[in-house]
Write a protein that binds this ligand. Sequence first.
Ligand SMILES: N[C@@H](CCC(=O)N[C@@H](CS)C(=O)NCC(=O)O)C(=O)O
Length: 210
Amino acid sequence: MTTTPRVTFFHAPHTRSGATRALFEELGVDYDMHVLDLKAGTQREPAYLAVNPMGKVPAIRHGEALVTEQPAVFLYLADLYPEARLAPPIGDPLRGPYLRWMVYYGSCFEPAVMDRSVQREPMSPTACAYGDYDTMLKTLTDQLANGPWLLGDRFTAADVLWGTALNWTTQFKLVPELPVLRGYIDRVLARPAMQRAAAADAALAATQSA
Ligand SMILES: N[C@@H](CCC(=O)N[C@@H](CS)C(=O)NCC(=O)O)C(=O)O
């Protein structure tokens, strides 16, 4: 496996970067973790703003490469460790759909969910990047109905991202807990690597709030 240089992972427990932690667990690779405490505000200190000027997690550093934004972090790591077979390679018919759904997460799903959470009046569907919320969600649920995973029979890094995100967005009632979503979330979260990551993250969160 590719082990050098080691990846440094900038993480805060119980945040979006938990999905990246789960991805590392699914990849089965070693890495260095730099832990931030969002309540204490360490993500806004100059040392971390030099890493990510947005002051947000996740971020990863691999040699000279600095990667932020969940889908980019996922794409980078899953390609970096091809032995784990979590990223369909170029030439595989699933490569296109894999890229599509990774980018759909950041360019359609999150903006739609955030607009809805603050009850922001959406733009016209033609001008809006995600069309409208219902179409955005139906496009996703139609895809998931082909299951068991997002790309059908093949589990990929995209499932770690989507399973984790659908878990917290349904918990916060930002997304309706439709049966197709509940079944998918349960399948993703039942994976041993996902459970190991969740337990480790809960333990880390407990040390921060102690
Ligand atoms: N666009 C970013 C969003 C990351 C994000 O919003 N992270 C939140 C935690 S869930 C954060 O770091 N917040 C800290 C802050 O803004 O101070 C991504 O896709 O990775």
